[in-house]
Design a binder for this molecule. Structure first.
Ligand SMILES: Cc1cc2nc3c(=O)[nH]c(=O)nc-3n(C[C@H](O)[C@H](O)[C@H](O)COP(=O)(O)O)c2cc1C
Length: 264
């Protein structure tokens, strides 16, 4: 069967044939030389290993990008004590990352408990605005086709927003929204806020997700790494940061300038 251009491109990419290299050659672009070095970290929690497979494919996609230094950081239950997660090495890695991709399974329609403990441990970068203007993305795995995964992606996106991060969505069209759609299709669950994947409840991590989910994970990882390069390569800009106290002082000064009474 003859493939159209879009299908052929998908097949080529899957087979590791990178058309971009031909275009670069024609235009004299040496990406290995021109591309800024960026650090992308995939930080995730997985109870039984399904989400780990998704994280690995995402990292694999990011590694396709010349200049991208890609790390996988697993959040471990043993690093949670009395409800508090702590792993200074992971926190140091995140502090020096240009982009952070957050991932966990959907458990009871929510992020997993270990991931939530990690979120609360990010209170320090919240108050110092330490992760402000890093790029962010997110992914989740569950057993049901929906399984309320959107609630988890929303939690992850709100978390990133609280930290002043810039969110990147999936950006792929839905391959599986028609009568010929299959589990192999790109963005087969039709999720744009972040990456959704589904694993059958009776299968282990060796069968995690579907061919389409893993393809989408690689594409999302590559997209995040490329957009991070675009982001860090833009006009240099040192983002202003302020403490809560400074925010109050600024508000009071503006009120005074307007001679406005304090609202509630
Ligand atoms: C306590 C618990 C709660 C779960 N809640 C949901 C849920 O809300 N929606 C869903 O579709 N699957 C749910 N699942 C299934 C998991 O999301 C699924 O098994 C996933 O693949 C686990 O990923 P992991 O292997 O990375 O831990 C739940 C599983 C457990 C054990």
């Amino acid at each position: 069967m003859a493939l159209n251009d879009v299908e052929q491109q998908g097949v080529d990419r899957e087979q590791g044939v990178d058309r971009e290299q031909d275009i670069d050659r024609e235009q004299g672009v040496d990406r290995a030389y021109d591309a800024p070095t960026v650090t992308v970290t995939v930080v995730y929690h997985s109870v039984h290993g399904h989400t780990r497979v998704l994280a690995e494919h995402l990292a694999e996609g990011a590694r396709l990008v010349p200049g991208a230094e890609v790390h996988l950081a697993e959040l471990r239950a043993e690093d949670v004590n009395a409800g508090r997660w702590n792993d200074p090495e992971v926190l140091a890695l995140l502090a020096r990352s240009d982009a952070v991709v957050f991932g966990c399974p959907t458990l009871m329609g929510s992020v997993s408990a270990v991931f939530k403990a990690f979120m609360e441990a990010a209170f320090t970068p919240f108050v110092t605005q330490g992760w402000k203007d890093k790029l962010a993305g997110g992914f989740t795995m569950s057993a049901s086709q929906s399984g309320d995964k959107l609630a988890v992606l929303q939690q992850l996106a709100v978390f990133a927003a609280q930290l002043g991060m810039q969110w990147i969505g999936v950006g792929d069209m839905p391959g599986n929204n028609w009568s010929g759609g299959t589990r192999d299709d790109v963005n087969r669950l039709g999720s744009w806020l972040g990456l959704m994947s589904q694993s059958h409840a009776d299968q282990g991590p060796e069968q995690a997700g579907s061919r389409g989910d893993l393809l989408t994970a690689r594409r999302y990882g590559e997209r995040i790494a490329r957009l991070t390069q675009r982001w860090v390569n833009a006009v240099p800009y040192e983002t202003p940061r302020m403490t809560e106290h400074e925010a109050r002082v600024l508000s009071a000064a503006l009120r005074e300038a307007d001679a406005a009474p304090a609202g509630r």
